[in-house]
Design a protein around this ligand. Structure first.
Ligand SMILES: Cc1cc2nc3c(=O)[nH]c(=O)nc-3n(C[C@H](O)[C@H](O)[C@H](O)COP(=O)(O)O)c2cc1C
Length: 188
């Protein structure tokens, strides 16, 4: 079994807050970081939970914002327009940390934010994710379909409302809830 990472010491809640943002910032630029691909959980239009893996594309710490790119026609966009508060869940075996984030999302499409996102991905293999002739989840007419000229990209900007941090350790788990004002240590 892999050795457990040494337990980090946090002088106070604010130090923990800074560490969590440091890992989130790293995740957005390091494609091997385990927090690069969190699970986004929304409320489905039928009221049931919907969860899927996404890529953390950008972190704007001063605004406490996390950005995700998606196809504007995907069901998650309609779900976030109907219920903008959603969760992201990250887990790292390296850190032994789970982070559950509660966020309020805004959807940007056909605007500067969406154009900037397209400029970032247009030369990458993921460009085709935004050029499908039909909405994600639609049935295909055949094995191959033509692609669109205009991307259907949307940027999901999540404003962090609160974070729930859980560390697993043999010496004893630790948990804390962080919101904009305070950090509260919790029973794990
Ligand atoms: C590793 C991984 C990363 C993914 N990243 C994204 C992403 O950044 N944006 C996205 O829209 N879908 C992404 N997907 C696909 C989604 O998980 C999902 O299948 C798709 O977006 C349709 O979701 P929806 O029907 O709930 O809208 C990713 C899937 C995997 C496995």
């Amino acid at each position: 079994m892999a050795a457990e990472p040494e337990r980090e010491h946090f002088a106070d809640g604010d130090e923990l807050r800074q560490r969590l943002w440091q890992e989130l910032r790293r995740a957005a630029v390091d494609r091997h970081h385990e927090w690069r691909t969190p699970v986004l959980a929304t409320t489905g239009l039928d009221g049931l939970a919907q969860a899927r893996t996404v890529v953390l594309r950008e972190v704007r710490q001063p605004q406490a914002q996390l950005l995700i790119y998606t196809d504007a026609r995907s069901p998650k966009v309609a779900e976030l327009l109907a219920q903008p508060v959603a969760s992201l869940v990250c887990w790292s075996t390296r850190l032994n940390w789970q982070l559950r984030l509660q966020l309020r999302f805004e959807v940007s499409q056909n605007d500067e934010e969406a154009s900037a996102a397209w400029e970032r991905v247009r030369q990458s293999p993921s460009a085709n994710d935004y050029l499908a002739a039909r909405a994600p989840g639609s049935a295909l007419a055949g094995a191959y379909e033509a692609v669109l000229d205009t991307p259907q990209i949307a940027v999901l900007s999540g404003q962090v409302i609160a974070m729930d941090w859980l560390e697993l350790a043999r010496a004893g788990h630790r948990r804390a809830r962080l919101d904009a004002q305070r950090v509260e240590w919790l029973v794990p």
